[in-house]
Write a protein that binds this ligand. Structure first.
Ligand SMILES: Cc1cc2nc3c(=O)[nH]c(=O)nc-3n(C[C@H](O)[C@H](O)[C@H](O)COP(=O)(O)OP(=O)(O)OC[C@H]3O[C@@H](n4cnc5c(N)ncnc54)[C@H](O)[C@@H]3O)c2cc1C
Length: 387
């Protein structure tokens, strides 16, 4: 067999592409994973690193639970920055408190460990929380977090050493992808040609290189998120994934709670909702605290309109809300950045199959760190079963 021929070529080494490559290699497929940049720098490294199945609905909850187990298994073999320090949803008013009670009931039915915490218990466990904000909490002790700025590099290192059949090649932009007879032909920016039985395209929010007309008509929307990182605060106790009232009002797992459709948005939250803001905190290993996020949207063919600048008004509004939730004396922001991800208004993920050989898998939205490990396993099974 030609040494440039693979069972599978995966385009894009974000978390979604990397887990597709991982699961295919686990089935003993010969896999080539191509990444356009020297190292991935998009959504997969710009996020919080919160692995929160508790926030997901339906099969995405299951994908998240599977991913969590997989992250833990890999961490037991090699340090990929996974820490099991749980997720806490902090309710700030009666409506949010009602929703966490209802989600607890649903999680009990599923057999997924969850604990309702009183205000006093929350304040004892997370002393940085303000008593004036916190009414009660819902805690998921099994959940984990990652360091987004290192996880993918460690995961790629681990996977390429674990699987002899997996080759990772950065600095390689895929410019052409077409079915020729029984194979798919890939051409790169370097003029190299590779062939494979199957290609999976996990291009994140990059829509200007491959299949541009398909993407232009796909209905995909790109979201820009403002993020901030504080200087290190070793003495601030804010461990784990800390999710707050607006997240309870936003995350899909709450949609099926009986009271969800009855709650309204109080006046003081309207300005935050305008920018799609919900406040999350993730304390990193270096003791800095990631704070976010907001959401601005543009259709796939108008991504440029989202701009390159961070709207400072959004950051100010976010920090004002963060100050209502936690007390961080002399808060100093060390850096801020924009993250972008693709999503579809009506689909949980975009799956487009071309001649049963090229499989586009993108627009996983804001749930990719949590659910890619599980979703990619199912996706690989389906793709290789449908020969
Ligand atoms: C600010 C922010 C916060 C978030 N927080 C969380 C969180 O806490 N928990 C959670 O579960 N999810 C979170 N998410 C969502 C999560 O980060 C994404 O769902 C996930 O990273 C998407 O992974 P991906 O592989 O699809 O895309 P990407 O990470 O964008 O990767 C796509 C890769 O494909 C490469 N590529 C594209 N085109 C080509 C080409 N032609 N040739 C070669 N390479 C190509 C790109 O260079 C890129 O590296 C967040 C996202 C953002 C932006």
């Amino acid at each position: 067999m030609d040494s440039n021929h693979y069972d599978l070529i995966v385009v894009g080494a974000g978390v979604l592409g990397t887990f597709h490559a991982y699961h295919a290699a686990e089935l003993d497929k010969k896999v080539l994973l191509l990444e356009k940049d020297a190292f991935p720098v998009n959504a997969t490294v710009r996020n919080f690193g919160q692995i929160v199945p508790s926030g997901m609905a339906n099969e995405w909850f299951e994908h998240g639970v599977y991913s969590t187990k997989l992250y833990k298994k890999i961490q037991s073999e090699f340090d990929i920055s996974i820490r099991q320090n749980g997720s806490i949803y902090i309710a700030s008013d009666d409506d949010e408190q009602q929703l966490i009670h209802e989600l607890k009931h649903r999680m009990d039915e599923r057999g997924y460990e969850a604990h309702l915490l009183s205000k006093a218990q929350c304040l004892a466990k997370w002393p940085a929380l303000l008593s004036s904000y916190c009414k009660a909490g819902l805690y998921f002790p099994q959940e984990v977090s990652a360091e987004p700025n290192t996880l993918i590099y460690k995961l790629l290192f681990y996977a390429t050493r674990k699987f002899q059949t997996l080759r990772y090649q950065p600095n390689t932009s895929v410019w052409g992808c077409e079915v020729i007879k029984d194979n798919v032909k890939i051409t790169t920016n370097k003029g190299d040609i590779y062939t494979s039985d199957k290609v999976i395209i996990c291009n994140g929010h990059e829509f200007s290189t491959l299949f541009t007309s398909i993407f232009r008509n796909s209905g995909i929307v790109v979201s820009k998120l403002n993020m901030m990182r504080t200087i290190p605060y070793p003495d601030i106790d804010l461990e784990g994934n800390v999710l707050t009232g607006l997240t309870i009002r936003r995350y899909e797992s709450f949609y099926d709670c009986p009271s969800y459709s009855k709650i309204s948005t109080p006046d003081h939250l309207q300005e935050l909702k305008k920018w799609g803001i919900h406040i999350l905190f993730k304390k990193a290993i270096d003791n800095s605290i990631i704070i976010g996020d907001s959401h601005e949207y543009a259709p796939v063919d108008q991504i440029e309109k989202l701009g390159f600048e961070l709207n400072q008004e959004i950051n100010t509004v976010m920090l004002k809300e963060a100050a209502r939730i936690v007390q961080i004396p002399n808060l100093q922001i060390a850096s801020s950045w924009a993250g972008f991800y693709a999503q579809h208004p009506d689909k949980d993920v975009v799956e487009i199959d071309i001649e049963n050989k090229i499989h586009i898998r993108t627009a996983i939205g804001g749930k990719g760190m949590t659910s890619s490990g599980g979703y990619a396993k199912k996706s690989i099974q389906q793709i290789f079963e449908s020969r």
